[in-house]
Write a protein that binds this ligand. Structure first.
Ligand SMILES: [Zn+2]
Length: 352
């Protein structure tokens, strides 16, 4: 497999450089940032230069899985080497939006909120919350089938998204963290207990509030990974924005008006201060791992609304320029949640 990959990489380099490229250098290069392995970036900086494939424990980072799915890694390669085929991810994402579009407007909005607030948990609780929508969605999977989030038979929901946090062994302990919210400080250390029952979970990040361990049993369910990434995470960004802006003077918020115009925008913010020009923001939140792939997907869209504002998580603030440059000529702006909230507050005269 490595020989195949090395051949592909050599083919991407100039012949002189390709000739020097040996297996030893390749293997070593895979352990660090990818920059030294890649052909020199032509013109603009390459976003993969600083990308790392493995974490400190030598395990493949979760982000790699999302990169494959976002970057159209050929299906045949995935079938051969990767258990989680991209095709499945894309089909699931499509499936999710097809299901959502069939809902009545009120149910559609309800389902969007539930994706953000009830993406995982005991089946009884999920069934109660999703209520009449429960039977309409089949994208829940059993936590019992997900070994990567289990430690001593328990799993820990992320305090932000409630999705299972990853548990990776680190010496005698485990690092437990939410892959999407670790940059916000959602990470912990787990020390196994001597007796029965779960061990001790100690917060190591600034957003690591106490979380209750749940048994990794088949009656604990969670939305599939693609539904989490492309369904749950953007909804959480939109809810975060709503919570910051709701109740401000002269501000009107419309959430998920998209049933007539699917996918166009998810949040419409209007600021109408008397005597001033009315301002509008039509917002679409995106939580892709790769802004490169996101940029490609957006530019490939035939109908991209002019004046749309793409909102990224705050930790991607340094990547917003890259994406903005890609979609600038389509009349689309790019910002982060906190930046947009501040702009709206400034427009309505509220303190930041
Ligand atoms: Zn999370």
């Amino acid at each position: 497999m490595l020989m195949d990959c090395l051949a592909v990489l050599r083919a991407a380099h100039q012949p002189e450089r390709a000739a020097q490229f040996g297996m030893k250098e390749f293997r070593q290069g895979l352990r660090g940032p990818l920059g030294p392995l890649l052909p020199p970036a032509s013109g603009r900086s390459d976003r993969f230069d600083s990308m790392r494939l493995f974490d400190a424990q030598g395990l493949v980072r979760d982000a790699v899985q999302d990169l494959c799915s976002e970057h159209l890694v050929p299906q045949v390669a995935l079938e051969q080497y990767w258990p989680w085929a991209r095709v499945r991810a894309e089909q699931e994402e499509q499936h999710l939006f097809d299901l959502m579009r069939r809902l009545a407007p009120e149910d559609y909005r309800r389902a969007r909120v539930l994706l953000g607030t009830h993406a995982a948990g005991p089946v009884r609780e999920l069934r109660r919350q999703w209520d009449r929508l429960w039977m309409r969605f089949d994208f829940f999977e059993s936590v019992a089938d997900w070994p990567w989030c289990q430690v001593d038979g328990w799993w820990y929901p992320c305090p932000v998204c409630r999705w299972p946090m990853r548990a990776a062994r680190s010496g005698a302990q485990f690092d437990v963290r939410c892959e999407a919210h670790a940059p916000r400080g959602v990470h912990y250390q787990y020390t196994p207990s001597k007796g029965p029952g779960p061990g001790e979970l100690t917060g190591t990040g600034k957003a690591a509030v106490a979380v209750t361990p749940l048994p990794a049993s088949s009656d604990h369910l969670t939305v599939s990974r693609p539904v989490w990434r492309y369904g749950t995470l953007p909804v959480l960004l939109e809810l975060q924005l709503r919570n910051e802006l709701v109740g401000l003077p002269f501000v009107e918020l419309e959430m998920w008006p998209g049933e007539q115009r699917p996918d166009e925008y998810d949040l419409h913010i209007t600021v109408a201060v008397p005597g001033k020009r009315t301002r509008h923001w039509r917002v679409d939140a995106k939580a892709w791992e790769s802004v490169v792939a996101l940029g490609k997907a957006l530019t490939a869209r035939p109908a991209l609304r002019k004046g749309l504002t793409i909102v990224l998580p705050d930790h991607q603030y340094s990547e917003r320029y890259f994406l903005a440059a890609q979609v600038h000529d389509r009349g689309v702006k790019v910002t982060t949640v906190s930046r947009l909230a501040n702009r709206v507050k400034a427009a309505c005269g509220a303190p930041r």
